[in-house]
Design a protein around this ligand. Structure first.
Ligand code: Z5A
Length: 212
């Protein structure tokens, strides 16, 4: 029996995270793993979903200070981790999360320029050694990802940021990913079918290693 795990999907908007979450879930099912929950960040509990609305929409025309945005992301994450993710893991349930704290390092650190050392300290203070067992990063060029996102929906306050913001966000993702030995990078600029196939291959190889 393989022990249940915490798997995170990361990437810029339009990278295909929603598709990847489903793809990972289906791959797990092929290995007879059926106890799985999907969560998203920010969000996933009533309070965290409220925070999601706060960070994505303008509220009474007041702009968020970048440090406030960071703290709100961590407030939402804390609720979700304590209320849903950790209890699920304790009960043998697999957890797939659309984003986790690599997003804060990339968006609020790389993109908005908050000192990444400070973000890492905050993360350590709040979560200690609690880290994902696997992070799948879908690497998409901002131009391609934003075009996909724009085709699908009206952009929110974060998605409306400058192209330079997303370039810096991606750079930070790539830098921090290299420091995480439990991570996999996938080229998400390819066609959806090709990305799906790559995710299936990688997750299958990773699962086989867990069985050894
Ligand atoms: N955020 C943050 O700043 N700090 C944090 O700590 C956290 C989050 C946790 C969450 O909003 C926002 O919060 C996010 C980061 C920030 N904002 N931004 N910008 P969200 O959940 O609404 O945003 P998102 O996570 O970026 O979701 P998304 O735009 O839906 O991205 P996605 O899930 O990766 O994309 P998708 O829904 O799978 O695909 C988007 C479209 O592209 C869709 O029509 C697909 O059919 C199409 N697509 C996907 N892949 C392909 C390929 N390979 N080819 C062609 N078309 C494709």
């Amino acid at each position: 029996m393989i022990k249940n795990k915490f798997i995170v999907i990361e990437g810029l908007e339009g990278a295909g995270k929603s598709n990847a979450c489903i793809c990972v879930k289906n791959s797990l099912k092929k290995y007879n793993i059926k106890n799985i929950i999907l969560v998203r960040q920010p969000g996933g509990t009533p309070i965290s979903e409220k925070i999601r609305k706060l960070v994505k929409n303008k509220f009474c025309n007041e702009n968020l200070i970048k440090e406030t945005e960071l703290l709100l992301m961590y407030a939402a994450r804390m609720q979700l981790v304590k209320k849903i993710i950790q209890p699920a893991l304790k009960n043998g349930i697999w957890v797939i999360s659309d984003r986790h704290d690599l997003s804060s390092l990339a968006y609020q650190g790389g993109g908005l320029g908050i000192n990444e050392k400070l973000i890492k300290k905050l993360k350590h203070l709040l979560f200690g050694k609690f880290v994902p067992d696997l992070t799948i990063y879908l690497d998409v060029y901002p131009k391609i990802g934003l075009r996909r996102a724009l085709n699908r929906k009206k952009l929110d306050q974060i998605e409306k940021r400058s192209f330079n913001f997303f370039e810096k966000t991606r750079k930070s993702y790539l830098k921090n990913l290299k420091l995480d030995k439990n991570s996999i990078k996938i080229n998400a600029n390819l066609k959806m079918s090709e990305v799906t196939q790559k995710i299936e291959e990688k997750i299958s190889n990773w699962l086989k290693k867990q069985f050894l």
